[in-house]
Design a protein. Structure first.
Length: 351
């Protein structure tokens, strides 16, 4: 295994690296608790405080996801000197659900996610680092983008990874999908699984997943198999209706005009979950936004192939350094990469 692959994990031995190196490292820093949102909903969150950190990253996860799915991502951020905070959105993980079916994701208004996120940020504001960066994926990208519009000034920069700025609707035209979701919701059946959605299937299906890395798919699937709280798997017509409504709102020019921070947007070349054209529109309308497409990635870019992931993280940390330079002088040394490599090797027990 090469030096770089010891830092940005390869396929071979991935599970062992996660179990023996990453998870123990995260456990040493992890604290977890609940907050009560504006309507009494219990929102579960994890926090990882990096020693002497001046900046933190807040993660807004995607549809049907949970905090432990981001162990590798959190590890890189934490090991890079950032504290990390991550709530599980309502209806996900250990947070309260709107339905008794733990495998079903339902919400009647996406603004509830946004208000939950604001309650979380307000609750933890007293102990969060002053300089804050948003990292948001997929559904979390819609929540995060809307949050940036409604609550300017909280974050100094943002990374949107495969953001759900407009949904794809598969074999159904958007208008048909919208009218169907409207009909089911209006007739009191908003909690019914939407067409093409279902509960958790215990049979793995890597080939149709959003991952390129089989090792990473298997790692997350194993966690779903072991924990009922991680088996969120399908959305309702109410969720579809709410998602289509919020993306229409957040993409309005007058709302995008409220975003005045640097935003780095990643899109996947093999995308099948969200509409990449909306990301391009977002980048064109937000002055501080830049767009990078990774042609070999599927929807979960952090679960792409090695070369794509290497590019992904290099761009993210380069963006973080550029963001830091706006706050304090940034000095690069000739030995910077080797110093970071040595630190990572120490953490992994290589030296």
């Amino acid at each position: 295994m090469t030096e770089k692959k010891q830092i940005y994990f390869a396929e071979d031995g991935y599970r062992e690296w996660m179990k023996q190196a990453v998870e123990p490292y995260l456990k040493a820093y992890r604290k977890y608790a609940y907050i009560r949102s504006y309507d009494g909903t219990a929102i579960f969150y994890n926090e990882y405080r990096a020693p002497a950190a001046e900046r933190c990253i807040v993660i807004s996860h995607g549809f049907c996801e949970f905090a432990e799915k981001y162990n590798e991502v959190i590890y890189y951020f934490l090991n890079g000197g950032f504290s990390v905070y991550m709530p599980e959105h309502r209806g996900h993980g250990y947070s309260d659900r709107a339905t008794e079916d733990v495998e079903k994701v339902h919400v009647d208004e996406f603004e509830k996610y946004v208000r939950d996120f604001d309650c979380f940020m307000s609750e933890l504001a007293g102990r969060m680092e002053k300089h804050r960066i948003l990292f948001a994926h997929s559904m979390g990208g819609a929540i995060g983008a809307r949050y940036l519009e409604e609550y300017p000034g909280v974050f100094e920069a943002a990374v949107l990874s495969s953001p759900m700025l407009r949904m794809t609707t598969g074999k159904y035209p958007r208008l048909v999908a919208k009218l169907t979701a409207d009909f089911y919701t209006a007739t009191g059946r908003g909690e019914v699984y939407a067409a093409g959605q279902s509960g958790f299937d215990e049979k793995p299906d890597f080939e149709h997943s959003s991952c390129v890395s089989r090792a990473r798919y298997d790692y997350v699937f194993e966690k779903r198999m072991k924990n009922l709280q991680y088996r969120t798997y399908g959305g309702t017509y109410g969720w579809v209706r709410a998602a289509m409504k919020i993306t229409g709102i957040l993409m309005k020019k007058r709302n995008l005009a409220h975003i005045n921070i640097p935003v780095l947007i990643f899109t996947a070349g093999r995308e099948h979950m969200v509409d990449n054209r909306a990301a391009a529109e977002f980048a064109n309308r937000v002055p501080g936004a830049s767009l990078l497409s990774l042609p070999d990635a599927k929807h979960e870019i952090f679960n792409a192939g090695y070369e794509t992931r290497l590019t992904y993280y290099r761009e993210i940390f380069s963006f973080f350094r550029a963001d830091q330079s706006r706050m304090v002088p940034w000095k690069e040394t000739e030995n910077e990469d080797e110093e970071q490599n040595e630190q990572a090797r120490k953490v992994l027990g290589v030296i």
